[in-house]
Ligand binder design. Structure first.
Ligand code: 7TS
Length: 414
């Protein structure tokens, strides 16, 4: 059966109708939004939740005895419960709000990392990490004398089989690995990697930015001690994200930012800190963002993450089949287990030119190194063009992409 005949798992048109932005035009053409790995669009329920928060509830949290403050606190804490539900976490004290994945990873690096890493300790990363799961570790390595080691990627964009087992060893103190690669779409065998790391007594940090929108997640089953995600990639606002951390680890870690909310008592001689999660949430948080994130997650869970994942997988196969048939096009990232990302290069056409040409046809894709320059170096290319899928994408979106790409190839091959 060709992928064109595979029935769609659910009604993407009905999902699409819930996203007002998707009915706008770009350069006089209907918008075809295929840059979801960078940021997803927001459904009306999320937009309404933000409106409702500011129209009815707005007040600072955890501070006032007055009614609005209590209701705002309840709404903020409901957001935390929704994140916990998405990650399969029972005890929601283990969920911290952050600005996003980048801040979540920096929190682990600068709190856990500075407190626990020393000279010669090894931080193991994979070769497909986003810069936000590389640079914080470099900063911490520079301060502590720890050393970074990298699990290499094979030609298909999956980790080289057996390489992790050779690299993870008695000096490994921390493994930080992405669940799904934003540049290649590869789904990493997180549990297998986590077992190797745990056998050496190391702590496991998982960058879930690209997985949270596309997969059912159970942090305990994955073996993640920390799991980071970004709201804006799961149909929620920008400026909000979350970090799951195992309670014993979070409790033992020093605060990484000081200020209001995170203290128990303060004097000029000494301060003591609030219990988790408040210990890691200094200052007034992005309350509306947390409300929006909770709403988006509830919406996604209602839709069914597995149904969404199956839908996106069908789209990815449909797109891959047609992309690979285009002359001069080469897929970057052909691992057996992939999620929602089709990265490619075309002979004789720079990805930026492809992106610009597609934009004129109303098709939004991402071009560049995708903040994963080591991946580009590994494949000997400066950049790729990347189409990435969400719950609201349809085969018609893929058809529009292919049609516009065929024109680009025709123009550039002249
Ligand atoms: N980790 C991965 C795997 C990512 O894909 C991204 C963002 C981040 C971390 C950082 O997330 P942030 O929300 O803190 O910025 N990835 C992309 C992308 O692929 N295109 O734009 C942003």
């Amino acid at each position: 059966m060709s992928t064109a005949e595979v029935p769609m798992a659910f009604n993407a048109e009905a999902v699409r109708a819930q996203f007002p932005i998707l009915s706008r035009e770009v350069h006089g053409k209907p918008l075809v939004y295929l840059d979801n790995a960078a940021s997803t669009q927001k459904p009306q329920v999320v937009i309404d939740a933000l409106d409702d928060y500011y129209s009815r509830l707005n007040a600072n949290v955890h501070r006032g005895v007055h009614r609005l403050s209590q209701e705002a606190t309840d709404a903020y804490e409901a957001g935390r419960k929704s994140v916990a539900r998405l990650l399969g976490v029972d005890d929601d004290r283990q969920v911290l709000f952050t600005r996003g994945t980048t801040e979540a990873l920096n929190l682990v690096a600068f709190s856990w990392g500075l407190a626990n890493l020393g000279k010669g300790d090894e931080i193991v990363l994979s070769g497909m990490e986003h810069h936000s799961n590389i640079v914080p570790w470099q900063l911490v390595a520079q301060r502590t004398g720890a050393v970074i080691r990298v699990i290499p990627i094979g030609d298909d964009g999956a980790l080289v089989p057996g390489a992790a087992a050779e690299i993870i060893g008695p000096r490994t103190k921390l493994l930080a690995v992405t669940h799904v690669s934003n540049a290649l779409g590869t789904i990493n065998p997180v549990r297998e990697l986590a077992d190797l790391a745990h056998a050496q007594g190391a702590v496991v940090v998982v960058d879930g930015a690209q997985a949270a929108p596309h997969a059912s997640i159970d942090v305990a089953a994955l073996g993640a001690d920390f799991y980071a995600l970004s709201g804006h990639k799961v149909y929620a606002p920008t400026g909000i994200g979350a970090l799951y951390g195992r309670a014993e680890l979070l409790e033992a870690m020093p605060p990484w930012q000081g200020g209001g909310e995170m203290i128990r008592s303060v004097s000029f001689e000494k301060s003591t800190y609030a219990p988790i999660p408040a210990k890691f949430e200094a200052g007034t948080p992005h309350i509306a963002g947390a409300v929006g994130l909770g709403t988006a997650i509830d919406w996604l869970l209602d839709l069914g993450v597995d149904a969404v994942a199956a839908h996106e997988d069908a789209l990815l196969r449909y797109a891959t089949e047609q992309l690979t048939a285009l002359p001069g096009l080469r897929m970057i990232g052909t691992a057996p287990h992939k999620a929602g990302v089709a990265s490619f290069v075309v002979d004789g056409a720079h990805p930026h030119d492809i992106g610009t040409f597609l934009d004129m046809a109303g098709v939004a894709i991402r071009t560049g190194h995708h903040c994963a320059q080591p991946v580009m170096t590994r494949f000997g290319i400066p950049a790729t063009a990347r189409a990435s899928f969400a719950a609201y994408n349809t085969r018609a979106d893929v058809d529009a992409l292919i049609k516009a790409l065929a024109r680009v190839i025709e123009v550039f091959s002249r």
